[in-house]
Write a protein that binds this ligand. Sequence first.
Ligand SMILES: [Fe+2]
Ligand SMILES: [Fe+2]
Length: 286
Amino acid sequence: MRIAAVGDLHCRADTRRNIAVALSGVDQEADVLLLAGDLTDHGTVEEASWLAEELSQIKMEKCAVLGNHDYEGGTGAEVKKILCDSGVHVLDGEPWTLNDLGVAGVKGFAGGFEVAQLQRFGEEAMKAFVDACIAEELKLEKALFQLRTRHRVALLHYSPCRQTLEGEPLEIFPFLGATRLSGPLDQLRPNLAIHGHAHRGALRGATRGGVPVVNVALPVLRRLGEAARVSHARRLTPLSLRRAFRFQSFTTPPPGAASVVRKCANRSNESAQTRARTVYVSPVMA
Ligand SMILES: [Fe+2]
Ligand SMILES: [Fe+2]
């Protein structure tokens, strides 16, 4: 199973065509495309329709979660329906499977990290804020628990760990994710957790329990000029799958996804056998 993933496409009138460029060729490189939220810029029906149009050109399985921007217009349900009608599996706490791959998808929420994590104490507004994160945590736990596939991926918009936020202003860390989201990951141990949302964050991190975490927010990928690769061979055990995690870097930002694919192929020193089970995780937009 070959996985491609990207978040934060932020589809709007002036970016919709770039999305087609960014995703060009991804259906040749991967079996499934995971979309980590903020798919639209302001969560409007119009933006969702544009995105659905662009995504429908890509003939592969697509699975997504929504991000905070997708709720901005107050029409999150309509955004979800438009994308679902176009063939995207939009998850909000449900498990989704494709052959031996299982995806547990939730948006997640904010709340902060480790000892500084926001606690359910004091004003009702504060309790409601923490409750929103706990609700996402429970949905993630339930979705992961239902997966019986050999390989399991957690797909979120908010980050479950602190490391992938490095590069963001420290002051906004609490609004970019929550350690609370890592509880189900460390307990039920998917092979990988993917998120977006942290545009200025770092690519790689891990939960406290060692579950690998990748921030596939498009601006991160553009800035780093990296095409990330994840090995996901059918015969690999979860442990060897984690070991097989690999990324490929470029010294200059590639001009577009097609170039990324080309550079991956040209620069790769891997054997044909290894290459066949390796897929870049992130299309990079010009
Ligand atoms: Fe975003
Ligand atoms: Fe976001």
